[in-house]
Design a protein around this ligand. Structure first.
Ligand SMILES: Cc1cc2nc3c(=O)[nH]c(=O)nc-3n(C[C@H](O)[C@H](O)[C@H](O)COP(=O)(O)OP(=O)(O)OC[C@H]3O[C@@H](n4cnc5c(N)ncnc54)[C@H](O)[C@@H]3O)c2cc1C
Ligand code: SF4
Length: 325
C-alpha cells in the first residue's frame, strides 16, 4: 500500500519549483518508478509534485541548428514513434523502442527514465543496504548475476536505463532548472558512480528539474544504434547493451562514442572500443580488437562472469552490422 503524502499538480514550472523547495518533496514524471519506490518503502516523500500539467515540458521538436529538443515529460512512446528521432538518431529510437513494455512506454517519461532508481533486488526489497544508508552491500557476496562488471565500489548496481547510454553516445545535454539558476548537464555526466557517492544516482539536487534534453545536430556520416540482450524477450532490463555513435568518412570511422548498459552503476563509456575503431575501417580484425577492448579491465562478480562473453559478442555483432549498413 502507498504511504500517505501530499500531492500537487502545478501548471507552471515556477510553481513546481516552489513546491519542490519544501522538505522531502519528490518529482513525479509518469510515476512508474517513483510510486513503486514509495509503495515498497525504498524511500519516503512528504510531498509528490507532478509535472504532468506543465505543457511546455512535453514534445519532440527540431531545433534551429539542426538538433532536436525532447521535453522532459515526453512519454517514451512518442520518442520511439518519432520520425525525426528515427531519421537523425537511430540509437535513441532503438533504445526507446526496447524500454520496458508498451504500457510503461506510454506512461514513463524520458527524464524519468534517466533518473530512475536502481533495480538491485536487495535495494528494492527489505534490505537496509549501503545505498539506502546501511552498512553492507548484500549483492557483493549474495545474488549478483544481474550486477555490474565495471565501476563497482561499495555498491554494484547496473544503471537500469536504456535511453541514457544512447543519449550519452549521441552527446545529448539535459537542461536543468533549480530555484535560482538553470544549468546544462551532459547526459554522459548526469550519473554519479558509487566511488564518488554510493547514496545518489544523479548530480541533480532534489529541487532541480530536468526541463529538456537537447541533442546536437547529427554530424555528416553519423551512424548510430542501440541493442540490448535481455533474459526475457517480451520486456526486461539489459543484461548487456551497447550504444554506438560512429561518424564515418567513407569506410573509415573518424570519431566514436560508445556506451554500455548492464555493465556498470552508470552508463559506461567504453573508451577502449572508441580507441580501437577510430581512424580504422571496421574489418574483422578491428572488430575483434574492439570486442576484446569492451571488457578490458572488467571485474566480474561471482555470479556474472557470463557478461564478459556476452559483451564481446554483442559489441562485435553491432559493429559488424554497422559496417554493413
Ligand atoms: C516492470 C518495469 C520494467 C521496466 N523495464 C525497463 C527497461 O527495460 N528499460 C528501461 O530503460 N527502463 C525500464 N523501466 C523503467 C521505466 O522505463 C521507468 O520506470 C520510467 O522510464 C520512469 O519514467 P517515469 O516518468 O514514470 O518516472 P517517475 O517514476 O515519475 O520518476 C522516476 C525518478 O525520476 C525523477 N524524475 C522524474 N522526472 C524528472 C525530471 N523532469 N527532473 C528530475 N527528476 C525527475 C523522479 O523524482 C524519480 O526519482 C521499467 C520499469 C518497470 C516498472
Ligand atoms: S548493489 Fe548497491 S543497491 Fe544493491 S545491495 Fe549492494 S549497495 Fe545495495
Amino acid at each position: 500500500m502507498l504511504p500517505k503524502f501530499s500531492y500537487a499538480r502545478p501548471d507552471t514550472l515556477r510553481a513546481a519549483l516552489a513546491l519542490l523547495d519544501e522538505r522531502n518533496a519528490r518529482i513525479h514524471g509518469g510515476g512508474t518508478d517513483l510510486l513503486g519506490c514509495l509503495r515498497d518503502r525504498v524511500f519516503a516523500a512528504d510531498t509528490v509534485v507532478s509535472l504532468g500539467a506543465i505543457a511546455e515540458l512535453r514534445g519532440v521538436a527540431a531545433t534551429a541548428d539542426g538538433g532536436l529538443r525532447l521535453g522532459a515529460m515526453t512519454p517514451i512512446v512518442e520518442i520511439a514513434d518519432s520520425g525525426l528521432v528515427a531519421e537523425r538518431y537511430g540509437a535513441l529510437a532503438d533504445a526507446a523502442r526496447v524500454v520496458a513494455s508498451p504500457q510503461l512506454r506510454n506512461q514513463g517519461t524520458i527524464a524519468g527514465n534517466l533518473c530512475q532508481k536502481p533495480r538491485c533486488w536487495y535495494y528494492r526489497g527489505d534490505f537496509h543496504c549501503l545505498r539506502k544508508g546501511g552498512e553492507l552491500c548484500y549483492a557483493y557476496d549474495g545474488e549478483n548475476r544481474f550486477h555490474c562488471i565495471f565501476g563497482g565500489d561499495m555498491c554494484y548496481i547496473v544503471h537500469p536505463s536504456d535511453t541514457a547510454p544512447a543519449l550519452a553516445a549521441l552527446g545529448a545535454v539535459c537542461r536543468v532548472t533549480g530555484p535560482s539558476a538553470t544549468r546544462s548537464v551532459p547526459v554522459a555526466a548526469l550519473h554519479v558512480p558509487p566511488s564518488v557517492d554510493p547514496h545518489r544516482e544523479t548530480v541533480l539536487e532534489t529541487d532541480e528539474v530536468i526541463t529538456d534534453i537537447i541533442l546536437p545536430a547529427p554530424p555528416a556520416g553519423l551512424r548510430s544504434s542501440y541493442r540490448k540482450v535481455r533474459a526475457r524477450a517480451s520486456w526486461d532490463f539489459a543484461l548487456a547493451g551497447v550504444a554506438l555513435a560512429l561518424v564515418f568518412d567513407g569506410d573509415v570511422v573518424t570519431s566514436a562514442r560508445v556506451f554500455l548498459s548492464g555493465a556498470a552503476p552508470i552508463p559506461w563509456r567504453a573508451a577502449g572500443v572508441e580507441a580501437a575503431v577510430t581512424g580504422r575501417k571496421l574489418d574483422p580484425e578491428i572488430i575483434a580488437a574492439a570486442a576484446g577492448a569492451s571488457v578490458a579491465g572488467a571485474e566480474p562478480l561471482a555470479g556474472n562472469n557470463y557478461k564478459i562473453e556476452l559483451f564481446k559478442g554483442l559489441v562485435a555483432e553491432q559493429l559488424e552490422a554497422m559496417a554493413q549498413s
